[in-house]
Design a protein around this ligand. Sequence first.
Ligand SMILES: Nc1nc2c(c(=O)[nH]1)N[C@H]1C(S)=C(S)[C@@H](COP(=O)(O)O)O[C@H]1N2
Ligand SMILES: [Mo]
Length: 171
Amino acid sequence: MAEQKSKLKTAVTVMVVLLVILVAVFGYLNAKGEKLNEGQLRITAGNHIIGEITLEEIRKLPAVNKKMVINSTGGLTKHKFTGTPLLEVFNYVDPDIVKDYKRVITVGVDKYTSGVDMEEVLQKNNVLLIYEDNGMPLKSKKGDQETMRIVIVNDLYGQRFTNYMVEIQLE
Ligand SMILES: Nc1nc2c(c(=O)[nH]1)N[C@H]1C(S)=C(S)[C@@H](COP(=O)(O)O)O[C@H]1N2
Ligand SMILES: [Mo]
């Protein structure tokens, strides 16, 4: 009787340990999957991933150069941006995007979130996805790789200029 009880205890202990390991492994894999890379841009709608585009692919889209002075935290800063209209990115990923969605939420690797209306994206050379400033690639949050940034030409202030872009959520 005592022997059976101790066997049961061992079995329960083994099961509990296995469950804990399982939960830890799934938690780890899940957290790893959530971490998006600044070298690419994920486009989502709800829980659905519409597409992913790399910075390498974005560099092949029609380039736009834009001289700008931005009013931000550090005062006025002068820029010579190079990038591509966000419209080009959408049309490359899926031409239906511009007619199926109204709102474009931009998310940085630091979870900084802002947004533009699809109407603004459709205005010629207004919402740009920038990857160079003064001829140099934009630096990622950690400074160890290249990154992308949203710039809105018609905006006076830099508040909506989401840096370290990793995701676009469509609504
Ligand atoms: N990813 C990310 N982008 C961001 C921010 C931020 O904190 N994180 N701050 C915004 C704000 S409030 C401003 S004023 C500008 C600042 O741009 P700067 O750092 O080039 O001066 O970036 C915008 N984009
Ligand atoms: Mo700001």
